[in-house]
Ligand binder design. Structure first.
Ligand SMILES: CC(C)(COP(=O)(O)OP(=O)(O)OC[C@H]1O[C@@H](n2cnc3c(N)ncnc32)[C@H](O)[C@@H]1OP(=O)(O)O)[C@@H](O)C(=O)NCCC(=O)NCCS
Length: 429
């Protein structure tokens, strides 16, 4: 078999659990105007959205047009004002917004037509008037004029389209109950729509390079560590996530420059961007035999680096009752084991947290769970052997001791070549 065939089949097999997990989930995707202005990138994205639709995901698109509106204003020599990073839409500029957004929408629809025609598929995209807007109003004495915010969305209409396998497309233009036209800030609109639809995911593209400095995953409350005074798209997204992200289960930030970002983010283990999760959705529990494959995947890179000692699948299967695991989305992202040594002493081993989820106190949670398990089993001292991580354990109440202090029946297995440090902690109820 050729390498390309192997890669294809392996990748498809690896994507299988994600395909099952995402089916019927509602995903709002924000397409910035700049991305839409690159025809090759737009066509690729249209194909990927159609693929998601075919895999049973319920996709809602929200359109950005900032880039094209900037260009239209420049071409006409028009000036605009902003406040709090939001453009003020003056009545006399409304026509320019309507013309430009209409143009961007038709570019997008054309790309979807091409994407579907190439694969002989029906065109699933539908534009419509499902949002009722209201004026953003006067804030800090500044009148936002025809800049609006979402007042209400016709959930029933959008949901029935989604259930019929369509992709609803929302533009930044919406109308008030009094028939006035409003231009909605596109990022704010994406958050408002995802919240109103109680979407499972809001997926956003950002062009600025600061995105790369964010971790692979963070919780909503961690956002404050990454906020700074820079006026970048990523910063605006983080601010919105912090203030308006609570109703959305997951927010994903992806690099606009990566044509594979959307599919990688949804269907690969490591994703491609940053995931902001809005609740602590992990589960810490005793391991089961079905977790063996997940634990092996988690610890394999650490074994290779010599941080953890090698364990065979057979041993792990035999010892699975000693393990606790942390699970997120049916994925094992943390583990630790307790091995009884004798009546009073136990050994903590194989503590590991997936690098994408480190520094969220999951390691500490696992350690506490092992300590509780040890106490419940009548043990009062925990030992552990480590080559790389003794400072972390010392920070959690362990003391360094010598291999000679190990209980007799453990001392005989101490591997002197590995030169592990031996740590010890007395447990208290
Ligand atoms: C050690 C480990 C389990 C901690 O997991 P975690 O979920 O990140 O732990 P917590 O969030 O509770 O703690 C994170 C803190 O520990 C620190 N830390 C991580 N590894 C460390 C190490 N080797 N030495 C000292 N401190 C360390 C982090 O810098 C962080 O500190 P900060 O919050 O001040 O920046 C994780 O780093 C890991 O899996 N390491 C590789 C495997 C390993 O060494 N296991 C122990 C084998 S016995």
């Amino acid at each position: 078999m050729q390498q390309s065939e192997l890669d294809f089949t392996n990748n498809l097999r690896q994507a299988s659990p994600y395909i099952a997990k995402h089916r019927n989930k509602t995903i709002v995707i924000y397409l910035p105007g700049e991305l839409i202005s690159h025809s090759a990138a737009l066509l690729q994205l249209a194909k990927d959205c159609v693929l998601l639709n075919n895999l049973g995901l319920k996709v809602v698109l929200t359109l950005g047009a900032t880039h094209q509106i900037d260009q239209a204003f420049e071409a006409k020599g028009l000036q605009w004002e902003s406040h709090q990073n939001v453009r003020i839409t003056a009545r006399e500029h409304l026509q320019t917004f309507q013309e430009t957004i209409g143009y961007v929408r038709s570019q997008l629809e054309a790309a979807f037509s091409q994407a579907c025609a190439e694969h002989h598929l029906h065109l699933p995209i539908v534009s419509g008037n499902w949002v009722i807007a209201q004026p953003k109003g006067v804030i800090q004495g500044v009148d936002f004029q025809h800049t609006g915010i979402l007042r209400k969305i016709n959930n029933t209409a959008v949901e029935s389209l989604l259930n019929a396998g369509q992709i609803p497309l929302l533009t930044p233009l919406a109308y008030s109950l009094t028939g006035e036209v409003f231009n909605l800030n596109t990022l704010e609109q994406a958050f408002a729509i995802a919240s109103a639809l109680q979407a499972d995911k809001l997926m956003l593209f950002s062009a600025d390079e600061t995105l790369a400095s964010l971790p692979q995953a963070m919780s909503l409350k961690d956002i404050s560590h990454y906020l700074d005074a820079q006026d970048t798209e990523t910063q605006r997204i983080l601010q919105l996530a912090q203030s308006q992200g609570q109703q959305i289960k997951r927010i994903h930030l992806m690099a606009e420059s990566n044509p594979n970002a959307l599919l990688l983010e949804l269907f690969s283990r490591d994703g491609s961007g940053t995931l902001i999760y809005t609740d602590r959705y992990h589960q810490l529990r005793p391991a089961q035999i079905e977790d063996v494959a997940g634990i092996l995947t988690l610890i394999a890179p650490l074994e290779e680096q010599g941080i953890l000692t090698k364990r065979s699948r057979e041993n792990l299967e035999l010892e699975i009752d000693n393990f606790m695991v942390v699970e997120i989305d049916q994925q094992i992202i943390g583990c630790a084991a307790l091995y009884p040594i004798d009546e009073h002493n136990g050994e903590l081993a194989c503590l590991a947290v997936d690098s994408a989820y480190q520094k969220m106190l999951l390691g500490q949670e696992l350690l506490q769970a092992i300590q509780t398990k040890a106490l419940q089993s009548g043990l009062n001292t925990l030992f552990l052997l480590t080559t790389h991580t003794h400072h972390w354990f010392i920070g959690h109440g362990f003391n360094e001791t010598s291999p000679d202090s190990l209980p007799v029946n453990r001392k005989s297995f101490y591997n002197h070549q590995r030169q592990s440090k031996v740590l010890q902690k007395t447990l208290h109820e």
